[in-house]
Design a protein around this ligand. Structure first.
Ligand code: DDH
Length: 287
């Protein structure tokens, strides 16, 4: 008889689509969270996994999922992201072949699409790394700071001014939680749908300092129900950034096109894909 070779499972597109569908149905099911969706906090998990990348040393980035370990999970910027990681545990249990690193990014892709954003092409290939690959604190942006800090942080990842502004449009989604970051409130009136409203509101509303005991943040003068961080407001204080804010406020299609390109770049920072890895485009549940 022929010697039996152990079966190695090689996942295909259909297998990743099945993971996508599972995340999408959990998003639909667990609608009692925040504004009715875990989508925003899943996007933030994917961003914080990726945004630790340092192009000089090649360290950090989404390859590794090192936020699972206390040295990185306990960074101030990551406060509250356990909600996103816990949400994904049953998905990992159902599809144990996927790495946490690939799963977190797939969850970001799924959430953006399910929240009616552009389709985000995805490539698998990230491997989980151990505690020794945890990144040092301070690689993610500090909301209290302005344009110089934004450039320092995002140039380190390899982004330019246009890309910084396009990425910031993600703040159309979700909200700040006083218990996590100290800040409070949403940026837009529809925090579970991706639109260019963040740019429109930033430009067209009148913003004033919120009077409260918390950290310095802006509130809109007319309803006092929306917020901007000092780091958001810096995008209209800086002439070069502001030119892109104006473009995206005027043209949602342009924002979607540029957001798609830049989020793919973010999610792939530092990932050693095999040459032949093709990009997958998942079918949204609404299609
Ligand atoms: Fe952000 N973000 N972010 N952000 N972010 C917060 C929430 C969310 C900054 C600070 C904060 C990006 C850029 C920046 C999302 C996505 C993205 C909160 C509130 C703070 C503070 C956390 C809390 O209290 O729960 C700063 C500063 C920057 C910057 O300087 C550019 C980017 C690039 C993205 C992205 O996804 C590409 C999302 C989504 C949320 C909402 C999370 C939630 O739970 O809701």
């Amino acid at each position: 008889a022929a010697p039996s070779t152990p079966k190695v499972f090689t996942p295909k597109f259909e297998d990743y689509q099945a993971v996508y569908n599972e995340i999408a149905s959990r998003l639909e099911e667990k609608d009692d969270y925040d504004d009715g969706s875990y989508g925003p906090v899943l996007v933030r998990l994917a961003w914080h996994a990726s945004g630790t990348y340092d192009k000089e040393t090649g360290t950090g980035g989404s390859n590794g999922a090192t936020m699972r370990f206390a040295p990185e999970g306990s960074h101030g910027a990551n406060a509250g992201l356990n909600a996103a990681r816990d949400f994904l545990e049953p998905v990992k249990a159902k599809f144990p072949w996927i790495s946490y690193s690939d799963l977190w990014i797939l969850a970001g892709v799924c959430s953006i699409q399910e929240m009616l954003g552009p389709q985000i092409p995805y490539r698998p290939g990230r491997a989980d790394r151990d505690i020794t690959a945890c990144t040092p604190d301070g690689r993610l942006p500090d909301a209290a700071q302005g344009q110089d800090h934004l450039r320092n942080i995002f140039y380190r990842m390899g982004f330019n001014d246009q890309e910084i502004v396009a990425l910031s449009g993600a703040h159309a989604l979700g909200r700040c939680h006083a218990k996590r970051s100290g800040y409070e409130g949403p940026w837009t009136f529809s925090p579970t749908v991706l639109t260019n409203d963040y740019f429109k509101l930033l430009l067209n509303e009148k913003w004033q300092w919120k009077k409260w005991d918390g950290p310095k943040q802006y509130e809109d003068k007319s309803t006092k129900s929306l917020m901007m961080l000092p780091a958001d407001y810096a995008l209209i204080q800086d002439k070069k950034f502001k030119a892109y804010v104006e473009k995206y406020a005027a043209d949602n299609d342009l924002f979607f096109k540029d957001f798609q390109a830049v989020i793919v770049k973010l999610f792939e920072l530092g990932v050693p894909f095999a040459e032949s890895t093709e990009k997958m485009v998942f079918k949204p549940t609404s299609a």
